[in-house]
Design a protein around this ligand. Sequence first.
Ligand SMILES: [Zn+2]
Length: 437
Amino acid sequence: MKPADLQRQFFEMLMESQYWSPAALIDYQRSQLAQLLRHARKHVPFYERRLDPVFTATGDIDWDRWHEIPIVTRADMADHREAMLARELPPGHGATGTVETSGSTGRPIRITTNRLTAIAANANRWRAHRTYELDWSRTYTARDGYAVAAEWPHGQPLGPWGPGWDAHGARGTSYRISRATGVEQMLEFIERTDSAYLSTGPKILHVYALEAERLGLEVRLACVLTHGEGANAADRAAVKRVFGAAMMETYSSKEAGQIGYPCRLGHGLHVNAESVFVEIVDEQGRAVGPGQSGRIVVTPFVSTAQPLIRYAQGDLARAGGSCLCGRSLPMIGAVEGRTTAIFVHPDGRSVSRMLNESGRDLLRCTFWQIAQVGPLDFELRYVPSDWDAPGDEAAAEALFRSTFFPDSRLRFCRVREIPLTPGGKFLEYVNEWATGR
Ligand SMILES: [Zn+2]
């Protein structure tokens, strides 16, 4: 089958399969997993023995023992990269490419992908667009990378962004714009290109919104698309108030592709369950119940060049229940953070928790950044909403101590803005002490 036909067929299946019965969905997932497991066991040295718990003497798969498959860690990805590559691919899975992910902490890892991973990612993206009634004939701008070709004022025109077979999809326009673009330039670009959609991080969107408001600019967007940073209620409210735009915060990773998209009823994320098996597990690797938190473990079905079977990609999430919207796709209640430690105490303790959002109200601030700057020294930098009406730093400090280390020293710094990282990211938690050593 030609790639374009396969692309269309998979997308059309997704538009129906989201309403399949839960039993039909599980059957589909198991047929996909079975192919992946057999392929990995036969062609990928890393998985030669690892999957033994689920294979019976006759070569069938015992799904009741799934949780006995050891979880793959980010360290495994770095240490066993060669052994994780498939010696051969199933027919039609296509050429491979390599992507690298650094994460904000930890060692960079490389992942080998194949053509089908791109087909799955496109189809899942388009399904999310349809759920949010995005109009593919309008203009879409993505703030992405630092390519010279994508610099302001022209940006990099990338043509249609919807499906090629769709009449609306064929008429649309998209641009990539460099992360180096300033705030006012970006607002001007949105206006001039008549962009209806903008894709970038939620904190940056919040910054744009406040700046448009300050300058008295009338800039409208239909929807903003974000991923990877964790939008809070204040980010959403600012985007709605200033741009009149809804926010669609999807969940994805370079390793597993498009993992989920938010239900419009607002109870969490629907998992793209036709493309990836998602588990939220406890310390023993067993699935937690709805409402409980655990590590996210993913198994993307079409990653055959470098199979990831039960891979903990380093995120924490709350398991969701079923949804009232009619879709049977399983739910992630919320992605709650990273499992990697942010702050470390000289005695060896570490924490990956985040400060409760109520701290923002105590400080009356729009943005904050919490930095470890010494063994026991921390800075909380924040941008006051109103410089004449200071917040309650003492109460915020008490919250800080109860969240992190009671014997640490905390200094408050009121700032005009939080600078972006050299990679153009907005980080709320940084360890300047550990990285500076
Ligand atoms: Zn739903």
